[in-house]
Design a protein around this ligand. Structure first.
Ligand code: PSU
Ligand code: MN
Length: 301
C-alpha cells in the first residue's frame, strides 16, 4: 500500500474531522506564469481557510504523494519549469520512479479519493478539444469524473475546448454537470457558454446532498460543479473567442499536440489579452475555492 504524506495542517484536519478541500498543482506549474502561480495558490489556500475549511494541495515530489504542501514545497514547485504533468496514465510511473510532478484534475481526484477528501476546487477542467474529430484529444479528466467519487468545482470546461462535445461525453459517462445559480453553462473566462447546463443547483448544501445521494444510490463517479466566474471579473465571450481562435490556429501551425495543447493555449491567450485572462483565471479559482469550502462544510458522510 502506498503511503500518502500529509502536511501537518492536513493531518490535523483529518484527526479532528475538519472539512478538507483538495487542490491541484498543474494549474500552478502549467496553468499560470511565475510568480502569479504561487501567489494564486497561496491566496486560494487562504480563501479556503477563511471560509472554515482546510486546503490540501496535491503533488508528487521525489516519488512521494503529498497531500498538503508546505510553503517551501509550493514555492519550489511554482519556480521549477520542467515539472511533469501527471494525469491518470502518468501517476504510477512517476511515483514508482521517484519522480516529481504536478497533478491534473484527473490525478488530483485519484489522490483526493485515496485520502478520503470528497471535494476539490480548481479553475477549469480539461475536456474535448476542438478538432477532436481528427486529434481524438479528449482529456482524461472526463473519464475520471465518471469513475472517482469526488465533487469537482470548476468554472465550467475551459473555453478553448469544444463545449457541446464536452457536455456530450460527460452525459454519456453519467457525470452530473451542475451549473450554480444560473441555467446557462459557464465557459471559464465568461459567465455563459450560450448553452443550457444539464442541471442546476443554487447552494453548497444542495450540491453536498446530491453527492451524498449519489453514494447512497451506489453510483460511482463524481460531479462537475460549474460555478460561473464573478461578474466583475468576466471577459465577455465575443472578446475572448477571436483570441482563442487565433491561439488554436497557431497551435495547429506549430504542431502542438498531446499534453502540451492546454498549457500552450492558456499561455497564448494570456499574452494576447495582456494578462487579462490571467486576472480572470485567478478570480474564478478564488470563487471556486469559496464554493468548494461551503460544499465540504455541508458534506456529512
Ligand atoms: N484549470 C486551469 N488551468 C489549468 C488546468 C486547469 O485554470 O492549467 C489544468 C488542469 O490540471 C487540467 C488540465 O486537468 O489543465 C487539463 O489538461 P489536458 O487538457 O491535457 O487533459
Ligand atoms: Mn489532451
Amino acid at each position: 500500500m502506498i503511503e500518502l504524506q500529509f502536511s501537518p495542517e492536513v493531518a490535523n484536519a483529518r484527526a479532528t474531522g475538519s472539512p478538507l478541500v483538495a487542490l491541484e498543482s498543474t494549474i500552478i506549474t502549467h496553468g499560470m506564469p511565475y510568480p502569479q502561480n504561487v501567489e494564486t495558490a497561496r491566496a486560494v489556500e487562504a480563501e479556503i481557510r477563511a471560509a472554515g475549511a482546510v486546503p490540501a494541495t496535491i503533488a508528487v515530489i521525489d516519488g512521494q504523494i503529498l497531500v498538503g504542501l508546505t510553503e517551501d514545497q509550493l514555492e519550489a514547485l511554482g519556480q521549477t519549469t520542467d515539472v511533469a504533468k501527471l494525469s491518470r496514465a502518468d501517476l504510477a510511473v512517476c511515483v514508482a520512479s521517484g519522480g516529481t510532478g504536478a497533478t491534473t484534475v484527473a490525478a488530483t481526484m485519484i489522490v483526493a479519493h485515496l485520502a478520503g477528501i470528497r471535494v476539490f476546487a480548481t479553475g477549469g477542467i480539461g475536456g474535448v478539444h476542438r478538432g477532436w474529430e481528427t486529434s481524438l484529444d479528449i482529456s482524461a479528466d472526463l473519464l475520471e469524473l465518471a469513475q472517482t467519487p469526488v465533487t469537482v468545482v470548476a468554472a465550467g470546461a475551459k473555453a478553448i475546448l469544444d463545449i457541446p462535445a464536452t457536455l456530450e461525453v460527460l452525459e454519456t459517462n453519467g457525470v452530473p454537470v451542475i451549473a450554480v445559480g444560473q441555467d446557462d453553462m459557464p465557459a471559464f473566462w465568461s459567465r455563459s457558454s450560450g448553452l443550457r447546463a444539464p442541471l442546476r443547483l443554487d447552494t453548497g448544501a444542495e450540491i453536498a446532498r446530491a453527492a451524498d445521494t449519489r453514494l447512497a444510490l451506489g453510483l460511482p463517479g463524481g460531479q462537475l460543479v460549474a460555478n460561473p466566474i464573478p461578474e466583475d471579473a468576466e471577459i465577455p465571450r465575443d472578446v475572448i473567442e477571436p483570441v482563442i481562435a487565433e491561439a488554436l490556429s497557431l497551435a495547429q501551425t506549430q504542431g502542438v499536440s498531446g499534453k502540451d495543447v492546454t498549457p500552450f493555449l492558456l499561455d497564448r491567450v494570456f499574452h494576447a489579452t495582456e494578462g487579462a485572462s490571467l486576472a480572470a483565471n485567478i478570480a474564478l479559482v478564488l470563487n471556486n475555492a469559496r464554493l468548494g469550502a461551503a460544499i465540504a462544510i455541508a458534506t456529512t458522510t
